[in-house]
Design a protein around this ligand. Structure first.
Ligand SMILES: [Zn+2]
Length: 192
């Protein structure tokens, strides 16, 4: 018997996996879960004229948002928090109504491969093949994820105009909110 192929944000699973490899470089369980999270957020939000997203981790979820929605880091409609939490919120930046979705820790108990992957224990244990992990993720489906409506305290996009000026040390322009010199000249340079 043929099961209908799962649909993630209007893409069939096989199309989503192809796009994932093109965009992210390889098939990633985190991106698969992320796609399901974006799908739930969009579905629960309904029509959202001023769509923004915020992710609470720097891994996987920013790519799920950028692959599946018009919100990117570069256009400012995706913010990325380095909290290490596998959660994201889609919201309207005018009404500030949003939907937050996250991995439900209680659901993990029934899914040993997902549990092992999610608890990051795979650095010491061999990683399950993507297909095995993916079929467990698809079997768990939305049971794996919790969601609820939230209200943003403010839109997270930076205002378009921030005061800038030349750095007294290097002469390059920088946002003055960083202090009297640019971040690089204030000891945060990542290069020598
Ligand atoms: Zn400088």
């Amino acid at each position: 018997m043929d099961c209908p192929e799962p649909i993630i944000c209007d893409l069939s699973l096989s199309d989503f996996l192809i796009r994932m490899e093109e965009f992210h470089g390889y098939r990633s369980p985190g991106l698969l879960v992320g796609g399901m999270m974006v799908d739930i957020a969009l579905r629960e939000l309904g029509p959202t004229p001023y769509l923004n997203f915020v992710t609470e981790t720097v891994v996987c979820l920013p790519d799920a948002v950028q692959l599946l929605t018009p919100c990117t880091i570069g256009n400012g409609f995706l913010q990325v928090l380095d909290w290490g939490k596998f959660a994201l919120t889609g919201y309207d930046r005018v009404t500030l109504s949003g939907v937050r979705t996250w991995v439900n820790p209680e659901a993990l108990a029934g899914y040993p491969l997902i549990h092992r992957w999610f608890e990051r224990s795979m650095r010491t244990i061999p990683k399950p093949p993507f297909d095995e992990l993916a079929s467990e993720i698809l079997e768990a489906g939305t049971e794996l994820l919790s969601h609820r409506p939230v209200r943003l305290q403010r839109a997270l996009k930076d205002p378009d105009r921030v005061p800038t000026g030349p750095c007294p040390e290097c002469g390059e322009s920088y946002p003055l909110r960083h202090g009297p010199a640019c971040p690089a000249c204030s000891g945060k340079a990542y290069y020598t």
